[in-house]
Each structure stands twice: as structure tokens, then as C-alpha cells.
Write a protein that binds this ligand. Structure first.
Ligand code: HEM
Length: 274
């Protein structure tokens, strides 16, 4: 009997790869950064999303109905993508452009005829700007017809209106920068409209132009608004906007279309009860 109990089998020895894997993943440094196990259970998947700086932007659970293309037509996301393209191409354009009366128009011509791929860069910026105005407007129409502006999403609707105004102002301020005839007269029309505002029209126009007529002051003012001030407001606004979508329970789904299934992870194939 004594002989039998001493022959109980030991667990099989770990292979060299298993030991190396354990050494690489189960040490003090890694544990101080990654504080959960491998994401193969719903708990660990949730912890992966919660504790990762980049992933925590995403919700842990998403309704399958919310990610259907026809629910949003991805219009909000596409608006954000066009803004990203505009930011990158805008910064590249800033390398070639001087906001001064003798240089501005000349710089645009140089972009067209001298700078390599300058026409492409300028047109990418211009067409993305047109696309962003259209996409933001269509996104607004989609949200309106889905009734997604109703409580608890009213605040996000208001932030959306702010973003829409910022998008229009970005287009308007960018219009002057080429300093050609089209730019000059378009801004003349715009500031004359501002001047016709009752009571404080003259003050608004003075503030926009940096004086009583369109000149170098106006160009510098529009340049700063276009390249720094308004983009920063849009970045802040979009951050709050998308955070609010999360906090308001994700994309609006009409009650009659709400099923109880939610998707946890594309790869898991599991379904949770909401
Ligand atoms: C820079 C402009 C904008 C960006 C980047 C943006 C981005 C987004 C994104 C990514 C979403 C979630 C997905 C989607 O619905 O497509 C969303 C939802 C929403 N947006 Fe916008 N948006 C912008 C402008 C607007 C405007 C102009 C409005 C309305 C005035 C608006 C109102 C809303 C509302 C109420 C939701 C929640 C919709 C729902 O729950 O179904 N957004 N936005």
C-alpha cells in the first residue's frame, strides 16, 4: 500500500515554450501594466476594454441592432474621418502658406504649379471640406428622422448644433485664405450680412474684419480662427459628443426594435442578456 501511494503521478512538466511564456507574461513589470487575464471570458474582455487607454473609448457591450449600416449610415463616423483628413492636409498646407496679402495668392499658385503633389493636397483639403459639410448635415438629418434628439439625448443634439455651426464657420474662414476674387467677394457678402444684424451688426463686422474693410488684419484673423481656434473647439466638441453617445446608452434604437441580444465581441460568438 505504502508503495502504491508514493507512485501518484506528478503533473506533466511544462514545456520550454510554456515556461518562457509564463516568464514573459507573469512578472512584476507586466502585471503592473496588464491587470487582467487573457481576454477569453466576458469578465476579462470587459477588463481589457476598461483598463486600456485606447480601447476604453469603445463601449464594452454593443447592441447588434446599433451596428447595422442602415441604422446610422456611419454618417457621424464619416464626419469625424473627414475632419481627420482636413486636419492632416491642413497642417501640410500650413508648411507652404503665408497669411499675408503679398504672399497668400502667390502661395496658392505655387501649390498648384511648383510643389510636388500640391494640387492633390489642396484638392484633398477642399473636397474633404465640402464632404464634411454635407456629411454633418446628412448626419443631422438622420438623427432628426430617427428621433434620436429626444431625452436623454437632447444635450447631445445641442452639442451637435454647435458642431454644425463650427463646421460652417471653418468652411467660411477657409474660403478667404486663397485671397482670390472669389474669396474676397464671398467674405464681403458674409460680413455685410453680419453688419445687417440689428443693434450690434457694426460691432460684429468690426470684430470679424479686424477693422472697417477686408485687408491683412482680416486675413490674419481668419487664418488664426481657421487653423487654431475653430479646430480646437471641434476637437473638444467631438470628444464630448461621442462620450455622450456612450453615456446615453449608445445609438438610439426604437423600443419596438430593441431585442435583448447584445454583442460582446466580434470574435466571441457569445451573446449576453442585456
Ligand atoms: C463634426 C460633426 C459631428 C461629428 C464628428 C459627429 C459624430 C457622431 C458620431 C460618431 C455619432 C455616433 C454614430 C452615428 O450616429 O453616426 C453621433 C451621434 C449623434 N450625433 Fe453627431 N456628430 C457631428 C455632428 C452632429 C450634429 C450637427 C448633430 C445634430 C444637430 C448631431 C447629433 C447627434 C446625436 C443626437 C447623436 C446620437 C444619435 C443616436 O443615438 O442615434 N451630431 N455623432
Amino acid at each position: 500500500m505504502a508503495e502504491q501511494s508514493s507512485t501518484v503521478a506528478n503533473p506533466p512538466a511544462a514545456s520550454i515554450w510554456e515556461r518562457l511564456y509564463e516568464l514573459a507574461t507573469d512578472n512584476r513589470v507586466v502585471r503592473s501594466i496588464v491587470r487582467h487575464g487573457f481576454p477569453d471570458t466576458n469578465r476579462n474582455r470587459s477588463l481589457t476594454v476598461f483598463t486600456n487607454f485606447f480601447l476604453h473609448i469603445h463601449p464594452v457591450k454593443v447592441r447588434t441592432e446599433a451596428i447595422k449600416f442602415t441604422r446610422t449610415y456611419y454618417l457621424g463616423g464619416l464626419s469625424a474621418v473627414t475632419f481627420l483628413i482636413l486636419s492632416v492636409t491642413g497642417v501640410l498646407l500650413m508648411f507652404y502658406y503665408h497669411p499675408s496679402v503679398p504672399r497668400a495668392y502667390q502661395d496658392m499658385k505655387d501649390l498648384e504649379f511648383v510643389v510636388s503633389a500640391g494640387v492633390f493636397l489642396r484638392n484633398l483639403h477642399r473636397w474633404s471640406a465640402h464632404a464634411m459639410v454635407a456629411l454633418v448635415f446628412l448626419h443631422m438629418v438622420r438623427v432628426f428622422f430617427a428621433g434620436a434628439y429626444r431625452p436623454p439625448r437632447e444635450f447631445n443634439w445641442v452639442i451637435g448644433i454647435f458642431l454644425f455651426l463650427m463646421t460652417i464657420l471653418l468652411s467660411y474662414t477657409g474660403y478667404l485664405l486663397p485671397w482670390d476674387q472669389l474669396a474676397y467677394w464671398a467674405v464681403t457678402v458674409g460680413t455685410n450680412m453680419a453688419r445687417s444684424v440689428p443693434v450690434m451688426g457694426d460691432e460684429i463686422s468690426f470684430l470679424l474684419l479686424g477693422g472697417h474693410q477686408i485687408d491683412e488684419n482680416t486675413l490674419v484673423r481668419f487664418y488664426v480662427l481657421h487653423c487654431v481656434f475653430l479646430p480646437l473647439l471641434v476637437v473638444g466638441g467631438v470628444a464630448i459628443h461621442i462620450w455622450r453617445v456612450r453615456k446615453d446608452g449608445g445609438i438610439y434604437i426604437p423600443p419596438e426594435e430593441r431585442r435583448h441580444t447584445v454583442r460582446c465581441y466580434e470574435t466571441s460568438g457569445e451573446e449576453l442578456q442585456s
